[in-house]
Design a protein around this ligand. Structure first.
Ligand code: AHR
Length: 525
């Protein structure tokens, strides 16, 4: 009724906007209501973390290629560094991943030619150790990103972990600080973020443990590492296996019950895919993400209520991405033989929006996230010896990263529904909203997950006056399966424009095209 009256007024028109602004014969089918007073939390800049593992061509041939004309004097690929800067990366996790659970960091320091090559038993590769702690930390420093080091909680020892902290962070005259100085670094690296192991819940992990044994190890490791540097932040290994039948809730409960006085984050991992080639089901995975996050939020709350010394604990989604094609084989070695070199298509790029919308909607609890990974291995940047190209997923990641530090808002969203897999009804529009109060800007991030339907939407603003100039960033392409390659990475690229919205009652109409990701930048005074 209200819409029917409004639609006469709102006959939306923008020649510049082309197809996305239509003349509405019908009232808008969807509604997004923004309220700047309904704050969820700050979009932590650490949500734009990334991950570099000793795996396939991520480190060697990815970020680091000694002797390459594309590398600098340290062996860092300059083209990759530039693309990483463009991605807005804030934090880099290293050295794994599964690799971490068999890694001895002491092999990777000192003169490069004297470092021992070792068999990497996580992925079945040969590890030269030419890239180690100092190379990684120098790389982070050069990029201006926070390093995040994951200890070996699989086959490693607590002593190794506390010595690693000492090597990186000790300002005084101790044995490991001397080693660091001998290796060319006088002042401490100041590594703040430390992971207490990787996916220790997984039977595929070297040194896999049950939850009790892991918690016992992690508690003592946390204590010893904090004595080496009490300012560090610790991330416990939470659930990485959400498949039906896995007791991921039980794992988290034990870890949180035992470690709630020590940790700052609980890590979660999720990889998704579209093996059945059902686009709308693929796009519905955001509901699983929301559900998992909300279950873990409740678990954290339950642990803290009973904690003798409660401390804020947040979720670190420190591995996430689309990964299902370059994954064949039953053993890790077979999987590794694919190089995990996913060639991402347009629908995968839309999935980036789905993940980030979910993280933004839970901005009060999800305070860190790391896309897995940065280069070549399930990555937005892809290299060969001659150059690189940007995969489709690069562009939404780079654009969303511009919203880091904003305030996430809880928006009212109503949109036509469907039943993915015949199950619960789900709205076609997947939405998150953030606000930059200083700039007076509100960002409305909208994934239209309908494969066939453009969705006419009324966007309303509850508090403050809406300006009529609207910035539009849109990612869309007719072929959901379109991919990029060397010399051809311009197909799936965003378009941008500014439109003059036809305002009525502090709102306007906008049509989100089928299978598209749109970011509207509104001015709200
Ligand atoms: O990112 C690839 C692998 O996926 C990581 O090594 C592991 O942690 C996860 O299973």
């Amino acid at each position: 009724m209200i819409f029917a009256r409004r639609c006469n007024v709102v006959l939306a028109l923008s020649l510049a906007a082309g197809a996305s602004l239509a003349l509405y014969a019908q009232p808008p089918a969807a509604r997004i209501k923004i309220d700047t007073e309904r704050v969820i939390g700050r979009v932590d800049p650490l949500l734009f973390g990334n991950f570099t593992e000793h795996l396939g061509r991520c480190i060697y041939g990815g970020i680091f290629e000694e002797g390459s004309p594309l590398a600098d004097a340290d062996g860092f690929r300059k083209d990759v560094m530039e693309a990483t800067r463009g991605l807005g990366v804030t934090l880099l996790r290293w050295p794994g991943g599964n690799f971490a659970s068999g890694y001895n960091w002491k092999d990777g320091i000192g003169p490069r030619d004297r470092r021992p090559p070792r068999r990497d038993n996580a992925w079945g590769a040969l590890e030269s150790n030419r890239f180690g702690t100092d190379e990684f930390l120098r790389y982070c420093e050069r990029l201006g990103v926070e390093p995040y080091v994951c200890i070996n909680a699989g086959l490693g020892s607590i002593d190794d972990a506390r010595h690693w902290v000492e090597y990186c962070n000790e300002p005084g005259d101790t044995y490991w600080a001397r080693q660091r100085r001998k290796n060319g670094r006088e002042k401490p690296w100041g590594v703040k973020y430390w992971g207490l192991g990787n996916e220790i819940d997984g039977p595929w992990q070297l040194g896999h443990k049950n939850a009790e044994d892991y918690a016992r190890f992690a508690l003592e490791a946390a204590k010893a590492m904090r004595r080496a540097d009490e300012s560090i932040k610790l991330i416990a290994s939470g659930s990485s296996n959400f498949s039906p039948g896995s007791d991921w809730v039980g794992w988290n409960r034990t870890v949180l019950d035992r470690l709630n006085t020590e940790i700052d984050y609980l890590s979660l991992h999720t990889y998704i895919g579209n093996p059945e080639n059902k686009f709308e089901n693929f796009m519905a995975i955001s509901r699983d993400l929301d559900d998992r996050i909300e279950v873990v939020e409740g678990q954290i709350k339950a642990a803290l209520i009973r904690s003798p010394r409660p401390r804020p604990i947040h979720i670190a989604f420190d591995e996430w991405n689309v990964w299902y094609r370059a994954r064949s084989g039953t053993t890790e070695y077979e999987v590794a033989s694919t190089g995990l070199e996913e060639n991402y298509n347009f629908e995968d790029a839309l999935a980036m929006g789905m993940f980030l919308n979910s993280f933004f909607r839970h901005a009060d609890s999800v305070k860190m996230a790391n896309l897995a990974q940065l280069v070549n291995v399930i990555a937005p940047i892809f290299t060969n010896k001659q150059g690189m190209f940007l995969q489709t997923i690069y562009f939404p990641l780079a654009e969303y990263a511009k919203q880091r530090g904003n305030v996430a808002l809880s928006a009212l969203v109503r949109s036509p529904e469907y039943k993915p897999d015949g199950g619960r009804a789900l709205g076609y529009l997947d939405v998150s909203v953030t606000r930059d109060p200083k700039a007076g800007a509100v960002y409305v991030n909208v994934l239209n997950r309908s494969e066939k339907m453009d969705i006419a939407t009324r966007i309303e603003n509850a508090v403050g006056k809406l300006g009529s100039a609207v910035g539009v960033w849109e990612l869309n392409y007719p072929d959901l399966k379109a991919t990029h390659t060397f010399g051809d990475d311009r197909k799936v690229r965003p378009t941008t424009r500014t439109i003059e919205a036809s305002l009525s009652e502090n709102g306007f109409a906008y049509t989100f095209p089928k299978h598209s990701l749109t970011i509207l930048k509104l001015a709200v005074q």
